[in-house]
Design a protein around this ligand. Sequence first.
Ligand code: MIG
Length: 821
Amino acid sequence: MTKNRFCKAFLFISILVTFSIQPLNAQESSSTGAVSAVQPRSDGLTFRSGDALIRLTIVRPGVVRVRYTLAKMFPADHSFAVIPESVSRDTKVQITQSASVLKVTDGDVVATVQRSNGRIVFTDKVGNVLLADHPNYPVTWHGKEFRVYKTMPQLEQYFGLGDKSDASDHRGNAVTMWNTDAFGWQQGTDPLYKSIPFFVGLLNGRAYGLFLDNTYKSSFDFGKESSDFFSFGATGGDLNYYFIAGPHPKQVIERYTSLTGRTPLPALYAFGFQQCRYSYYPESRVRQIANEFRTRKIPADVIWLDIDYQQGYKPFTINREYFPHFEQMVKDLGDQGFKMVVISDLHIKKEAGYKPYDEGTAGDHFIKNPDGSQYVGKVWPGDSVFPDFTLASARKFYGSQFKFFTDMGIAGIWNDMNEPAVFRYPDKTMPLDTVHRVDSETENRNPAGPIRKTDHREIHNVLGMENVRATYEGLLQLRPNERPFVMTRAAFAGAQRYAATWTGDNQSSWLHFRLSLPTLLNLGVSGYPFAGNDVGGFDGSPVPDLLTRWIELGAFLPIYRDHTTNGTRDQEPWVHGPEHEAIRRHYIETRYRLLPYIYTSMEETSRTGIPLMRAMFVEHPLLGRMEGINDKEYFFGRDLLVAPKVLETVDPYEVILPGPVWYDYWTGKKVEAKQRAAWDKEHSVGVAETPMVGSIKVDPKLDELPVYVRGGAILPHEPLIQTTAEKPQGPLELRVYPGPDCSGSVYTDDGHTFDYKQGHYFRQSFTCEATAQGVTVKLGKAEGDYTPWWTQVHVTVYGGTEPVSRDLPFSREAQTVSVEQ
Ligand code: MIG
């Protein structure tokens, strides 16, 4: 055989092996065991362990991949989540073999394999155990299902796993990954809309991550079944996971997002206030809403249209009875500084003569039944078909439909129902034997090969992500130099590359208000920083105080969108009278003044993956184990700490201020916090160190949201605008809060194109230093060639008896200003 033909034959066989080998008896069980047949590789090891073949490789510094197969050889590699370029060939891997163990290390993280039983233990270079297979429970397969058991140290905590609603820390709980339209969800409802099989383990301030790269229904049990171990497994597919070393939680999240990708810098308007409802119609109502914002001087950027703007709920149509001048309306709202985002569900009505259906059918772009016919499910438009989003060609077909909207000047697209939700089935989705086609390009298959067929068991969890990928890529194609804004409800690991998300159908209750923190914080830990929830709650109507508190909190959430379902009372900021309206306006205004800080923080997030909204443990790993702390307060960017009143009860509550110096965001005054040990003696068992923390008691009134500034922060603010379409008039304001590690920065660009990638941006860093007389503030030399909107800088230094301000002219060169205090 010539080499070429040999390769082709090999490829064919390997594809057969990949996708058709199944244990003969579905209930047959297999497990890992004694090690044999060790084969070193440049990046790690392959060996047999009991019934399994295992490959342990270091794919980039601090990231170890572990693959198991029961087949004779490994299937063709493939992943919807992992970006192939994330594998770094330059990692120096050392391999050592002794009589009892095998070791693989990059000099930092060490993976040790016990020869006697195949047990894998991850340690750091000084020997601290980070993650260990359980000594008594081998990795086990029953038919296609597998399960991995790990030791569960008594004080270890587990964060992440997407939009789970139990609490930030999943210890004591078990969760399932199966994207579900969970209307009516409550605390602990599981599964929810997203499947992100990644968590961060935290013990004594040391973090590691584990990502199970498997799209089948999977589950994680953190001590619910037994407090002796934690475990994870899936109902099919490859046993393929990544161990991600820290020790800092930020490092873990950075490394996880280097594997699965980061959220590209969003357009500026997406950080403005957004108003939605199910649904605004007719046209006059939409115009009225827009006018209300402008006449009442409540800043806002986006109005959203839900499903009723469509003709018979058909995507890519307009109900002309409700919206006779749709295009003109979009244009007029644009003139008022509003962008429009419209819902566009993934389903396509099955109707001859409806262009998307005819075109999609002609192009063979829809998902099929096992007998080869189109799969038809009932959704909003009635009988509908679904693009086979795991085919690049189907994504292209679907993405190109958005021309309908881009031609009208619609800014963003909202992909709902993409779990996928299908009516009339008890489990609310399509049958498991529904057939999907997957091409090499979509799943990064290596070696590449022809389109393969699989069923819904494998594709269910990833369909929503491929749906928003189609939308994102379609919008990019249509408007190559505009940052697409896409919103998704369902997600898999990696969806953060394409779309923002929200937590689905929450309720207008204090409980759901409180759950804003654990759900959104865990999304951040899971590599999903650009997220929000329905401000005011979707299901039901909030009492006035609750809506006010939620609009206050929303000002400090990554996405700030008020939304409610059909048939509920009006939920716009002005609906409960002038007193509430004034408070709400004040917080929305605060959001707009703070935009330079938010945008600067998000630009950093787009490069590092470290979320905008972050739990206490992400900034202060040692404090992660303080009772309930990760669900009660959070950091918004590096320097702001937000501690909302999350219970309706009137009792004052304690706010923990980590670090020595804190300021009240609203008054600029230093906070006098009581110092206390983070936990008492009884809780110190097994802990190396008990840190001291600041503690204050607060009892915020209706118009108060406790927000604090880290001493050492320099926060950029801008003059009030009514929409980001407006250019701020006046100076850039730098608020300087002296303290340790005093620094800050501002980043800006045109806010909507990709020109920043060519250097058309503006970045400036700041520092401050205490002097004998006061404080010296330094503005660094600017980076990038973009000219920002300001011509003056107004510096205000807090911390003295009174704040002191100075005005400086704008300059790209370094400047220093000293104030006396
Ligand atoms: O079956 O489009 O979560 O935000 O308003 C309900 C109507 C469908 C569910 C979404 C919600 C949206 C609603 N949708």
